[in-house]
Structures are given as structure tokens and as C-alpha cells.
Write a protein that binds this ligand. Structure first.
Ligand SMILES: [Mg+2]
Length: 151
């Protein structure tokens, strides 16, 4: 993955250790975050190895990875389909293990897709969280499940 310094938050990259990055919330507010870039990078590297060993890169283009991601998200949703909200909160240990597997599948394809597109997933998520904070200011959005353009 080629580094794209302009897209990165200050201090947000490290291949060896978790680092602190600063997220600017408001004009004068900042929040420090410990981000496990090392774990995500490590998992991405292991996925690269896994794919290379099997010569699967030829199949893992962004289109196929995006489709696989949604297919796995569908498998995840199947575990909750037709349950009441209360039942969904109290999955059996066996069902929870199956859900865990589907969550892992979703994460794996998400990491692979981001890798193929050269997107720093954690930095992108930090940026999106900031955008969401602007779209949904606490004073307007608190306790409301209303889309930002209707607040
Ligand atoms: Mg699956």
C-alpha cells in the first residue's frame, strides 16, 4: 500500500506500535485516540499473504471484493432475520459464534477492499466520524433517529 500523507491524520501511521492521533471535533476541541493501526496493518499483511499463497489476487478486484463484502453482510443479517429486537439481544452462545464468523468475514473483505483501493481504513473512518458529527450536532440529534437533512 502506497502511503498518501495528505490523507492521514497527524501521527496516524505506524507499522509497529499503536499510536495516538488527534481528532479535531470542534473549533477548539480535540480528542486523542489510541488507534490500533498495528493490528489492522498486521491483519492486512496476513490477508495479503493468504491471498498470494492461493493466487487469488486475480479474483480479488474491487468489484468482486465489494460484492463479497455485501454477500457476507447478508450472511450476517440472516442470523437476525425474523427475530424480535429482544431475541436479537439474547443470541445463544452457538448463534453468537456464527455471528462472530460473519462479522469476521465482513471485516476481512472490508480490509481487502480498502487495501486494493489504497484507502487507509482507520483514517477514513475518523474523517467520516467527524463529518457525521457535523451532520448530526448533539443539540439537534440527541435522542432522535431522524436523517440529518430533516433535523
Ligand atoms: Mg460468511
Amino acid at each position: 500500500m502506497k502511503p498518501r500523507p495528505a490523507d492521514r491524520l497527524p501521527g496516524a501511521r505506524s507499522s509497529a506500535v499503536a499510536v495516538t492521533c488527534v481528532l479535531i471535533i470542534g473549533e477548539n476541541e480535540t480528542v486523542s485516540h489510541e488507534i490500533g493501526h498495528d493490528r489492522l496493518d498486521n491483519l492486512r499483511d496476513r490477508l495479503r499473504e493468504f491471498v498470494a499463497e492461493r493466487d487469488w489476487a486475480q479474483f480479488h478486484n474491487p468489484k468482486n471484493l465489494a460484492m463479497a463484502l455485501i454477500a457476507e453482510a447478508g450472511e450476517l443479517v440472516e442470523h437476525f432475520q425474523w427475530l424480535t429486537p429482544g431475541q436479537a439481544e439474547r443470541l445463544s452462545p452457538e448463534a453468537l459464534i456464527e455471528v462472530e464468523h460473519e462479522l469476521a468475514d465482513v471485516l476481512i473483505f472490508l480490509i481487502e477492499l480498502a487495501d486494493r483501493l489504497d484507502v487507509d481504513l482507520l483514517a477514513a473512518a475518523e474523517r467520516k466520524l467527524q463529518l457525521n458529527a457535523e451532520k448530526y450536532p448533539v443539540e439537534k440529534a440527541r435522542g432522535r433517529a431522524t436523517k440529518y437533512n430533516k433535523l
